[in-house]
Design a protein around this ligand. Structure first.
Ligand code: HEM
Length: 378
């Protein structure tokens, strides 16, 4: 079958499925044909034509974001970040995932302001690195340091650490084969951090769909943003401690207990991996294509192979949350059937997440010289 015909056929099947209820969608797609990835548009770093279109988006610290911010002030800024990301990922393929996650954990705590990068300075300053979702888990700080040092040599005190995270996140997606978009820049770095904010705002892997939706709504993002951005789990790894509830069935409303899985082999292999480990053993978030940014994450969810309880919960029959704009399980099915739909929505949601600001605007921001420490004390 020709590529375009196959794609069309899949789209028709997808549309038919989407017309059904979420529970029907969740159970029917199992027998649907697998996605022919060679037909997917927007793959291998192709630009998705969305994002900054001349209007300036409002961001934290009273600044507005734009795509051309560094064109005059630091024309090579994006090249430097991209080269740094490519170098880091070549040395450690998991780094793409780690850098993408850093931007998420930055933006969910008082907006995208580089606060996640600040080091603790006991007893004077407590940052976010020891928060439960971050401790022994976030990585990539040295990569950010190296890129920042290069940026400082090229154009001192010009490119903020928050912008560096946003650009590195996009480049990490692109280098992994995902969509590209024009990053909006112009963020300022905070002079504060919030350990409590990191503990409260970031979703937990044991969260059910209602809580996940609520955590995203709390920062101004939608249920659809939550489903699309969760697709970041198409790359990277998680520790056993993050998905132990998936093995025992505790804290999972549906689709998560071992007995409820459609893929016992998958969960049994995880049990084997984690048994006897201290909880720090690592599993791929996407067991099928672990280092490729594609829509395989959603295909996994449909066959019960989501790693985190919070992942698998998206495909469970209880995925329809009253009051959400989109039926969660139907979105999962749509992304599983058409990678280009996922790529488009992911890029749009990344732009929306990148615009998050602190309640009240963020106060007095700066461009940190060293991402680990505010300027005045460096
Ligand atoms: C929807 C709620 C989410 C929850 C509950 C969640 C939770 C987690 C957890 C528990 C891990 C594994 C941490 C570990 O074991 O050390 C993880 C990894 C990861 N998360 Fe999420 N996450 C969510 C959303 C997101 C979003 C929105 C993004 C980015 C846009 C993202 C990107 C990643 C990546 C790329 C990794 C792998 C990191 C690595 O390998 O270093 N996550 N997430």
């Amino acid at each position: 079958m020709a590529c375009s015909t196959a794609t069309m056929a899949l789209q028709v099947v997808g549309l038919l499925l989407l017309a059904l209820t979420s529970s029907v969608a969740a159970s029917t797609v199992e027998s649907a044909p697998s996605v022919n990835k060679s037909c997917v548009t927007g793959s291998a770093g192709a630009a998705v034509s969305i994002g900054y279109g001349g209007a300036r988006a409002s961001a934290g610290a009273g600044v507005s974001l734009g795509a051309d911010v560094y064109r005059a002030a630091c024309p090579r800024a994006e090249d430097i970040v991209r080269a740094g990301v490519e170098r880091a990922v070549a040395a450690d393929p998991r780094m793409a995932a780690s850098l993408l996650r850093l931007h998420f954990h930055d933006c969910f705590v008082n907006g995208c302001d580089g606060s996640v990068l600040l080091d603790d300075k006991p007893p004077f300053f407590v940052g976010e690195k020891t928060a439960v979702p971050n401790a022994n888990s976030l990585r990539g700080f040295e990569v950010i340091d190296a890129i920042k040092a290069e940026l400082e040599r090229e154009c001192p005190v010009t490119v903020s650490c928050a912008d560096l995270l946003a650009i590195a996140a996009r480049d990490s997606v692109v280098v992994s084969g995902g969509p590209s978009w024009e990053v909006e820049a112009g963020r300022k770095d905070s002079r504060t951090a919030s350990l409590q904010g990191a503990n409260v705002n970031l979703p937990a892997p044991t969260s059910g769909v209602t809580t996940l939706v609520q955590k995203f709504r709390n920062v101004g993002l939608s249920a659809k943003d939550m489903v699309a951005l969760s697709g970041a789990h198409t790359i990277g790894k998680a520790r056993c401690t993050s998905f132990s509830a998936r093995l025992s069935g505790v804290g999972v409303s549906a689709g998560g207990a071992l007995g409820a899985s459609k893929d016992l082999t998958f969960l049994q292999s995880l049990q084997q991996l984690c048994s006897g480990s201290s909880g720090s053993a690592l599993a791929h978030l996407d067991l099928a294509t672990p280092a490729t940014f594609d829509n395989q994450y959603y295909i996994n969810l449909l066959s019960g192979d989501g790693l985190l309880p919070s992942d698998q919960a998206l495909a469970s029959p209880s995925g329809a949350v009253p009051g959400t704009d989109d039926d969660i399980a139907s979105l999962v099915a749509a992304y599983a059937f058409d990678a280009s739909v996922f790529f488009q929505d992911f890029a749009e949601s990344m732009l929306r997440m990148g615009r998050l600001k602190a309640p009240g605007g963020g106060g007095d921001g700066e461009v940190r010289m060293n991402c680990r420490v505010v300027n005045s004390s460096s």
